[in-house]
Design a protein around this ligand. Structure first.
Ligand SMILES: *Cc1c(COP(=O)(O)O)cnc(C)c1O
Length: 392
């Protein structure tokens, strides 16, 4: 059997995104023990860099050894007990998964359901918090990757606090792509993923718990129903300083080298510059897409995610066939629509390392060629780059 050789793709879907060569190189450093003092130092550095990325002082800030879904589950199993009532906002796929988590714990869910493509409505959240007493947590998705909608996490967290509820916030796609200020906004439990705007290998989920979340964890009356995700146990490994760590599970050692390198790279650029870069290239892509006749699926322009552009496939375009030609002829991946948007919407990602002028122009020119629409998109994006305030 020959060794597996992965093709070089331009990853412009909903994640994973492209990874910088230096991050891939970090992966191939020698394996060392997960209790090696050198590894212990790396763990401290990763926690420090994650705090800088989440913009938090939270001591409990660490990477869960499993993908974003496990970060979601970590928040729910540690913070919600069967006797609790949780308000969960569903405006796409990932809010629905939050509801799944609440139901599996056996807690009561109050559901705020909104049409796909809308941001979570703070006034409807306030109304439900007013109507239902004893809601202990508000759960919502900051950046809904299934629809491209951005919700106002700061306002939502402020409302939750007025009613004494903690916030559980999905920031898998938002982290490093749009402003996210955990402490300033008062977010209590936040989880993310490594393969979206952090541009690292998939399979790790950074999480951070603030003081109010920690207090709930400490006041639990029932055992955390997941052994692997029980933070009381996980922290005996992640929280112990050098020499004080005890084995819980074997950390994904090399993936954490890669995460360290990806975070170092992010902070060399600067978090705010990374946010600005995502906005900048989104502006060029939008200009090109609109010149080609595309419409954004999120109608409110201020609620559109720069890193995930959901657009309606124009009439007469064979969506699956065009996507498959983009992959086979241009080695370029974009994402299909999910659920009610399957067959109707494309999700064009500009995440992390994939967020460049080259990605934008390659997609627009490839689409122009395949669809016969020509170079109107490339020209319009080119003009944008010439005239807009540059980010790079
Ligand atoms: C990708 C994603 C997840 C799940 O992350 P995995 O790493 O695929 O488990 C959760 N929430 C949102 C908003 C996502 O985009």
């Amino acid at each position: 059997m020959p060794a597996f050789k992965a093709p070089n793709r331009i990853l412009m879907g909903p994640g994973p995104s492209n990874i910088a060569p230096r991050v891939l190189e970090a992966l191939s450093e020698p394996v060392i023990g997960h209790l090696d003092p050198e590894f212990s130092q790396l763990m401290e550095r990763v926690k420090h860099l994650l705090r800088q990325t989440f913009l938090t002082e939270n001591s409990l800030t660490m990477p869960v050894s499993a993908p974003g879904s496990a970060g979601m589950e970590t928040c729910f199993v540690n913070l919600i007990e069967p006797s609790d009532k949780v308000l969960v906002c569903i405006n796409g796929v990932f809010g629905g998964r939050m509801l799944e988590n609440i139901e599996r714990i056996g807690a009561e869910a109050v559901v705020l359901e909104q049409p796909w493509g809308e941001a979570v409505d703070p006034e409807r959240v306030r109304k439900l918090l007013r109507e239902h007493s004893q809601i202990c947590a508000l759960a919502f998705v900051h950046a809904e990757t299934s629809t491209g909608a951005l919700s106002d996490a700061q306002t939502l967290a402020g409302i939750a606090r007025e009613y004494g509820a903690i916030t559980i916030v999905d920031c898998v796609t938002s982290l490093a792509g749009v402003p996210l200020r955990t402490d300033d906004w008062g977010l209590d439990a936040v989880y993310s993923g490594t393969q979206k705007c952090l541009s690292c290998v998939p399979g790790i989920s950074p999480v951070t718990f603030g003081p109010r979340a920690l207090e709930r964890l400490q006041r639990r009356t029932t055992k955390v129903p997941s052994w692997f995700l029980d933070l009381n146990l996980v922290m005996q490994y992640w929280d112990g300083g050098d020499g004080a760590r005890t084995y819980h599970h074997t950390a994904p050692v090399n993936a954490l080298y890669a995460l360290h390198e990806a975070l170092v790279q992010l902070h060399e650029e600067g978090l705010e510059r990374s946010w600005a870069r995502h906005r900048h290239h989104h502006g060029a892509l939008r200009s090109g897409l609109e010149a080609l006749g595309f419409e954004f699926a999120v109608s409110d322009a201020s609620a559109r995610l720069p890193q995930l552009n959901a657009v309606r496939v124009p009439p007469g375009i064979e969506e699956a066939q065009v996507r498959s030609r983009l992959l086979s002829e241009f080695s370029l991946e974009i994402g299909p629509g999910l659920g009610p948007w399957a067959g109707e919407v494309w999700r064009i990602g500009l995440m992390g390392t994939s967020c460049t002028a080259e990605s934008v122009l390659t997609f627009l020119s490839a689409y122009g060629e395949i669809s016969g629409a020509g170079d109107a998109g490339v020209r319009s994006a080119g003009e944008y780059y010439e005239t807009a305030e540059g980010a790079d």
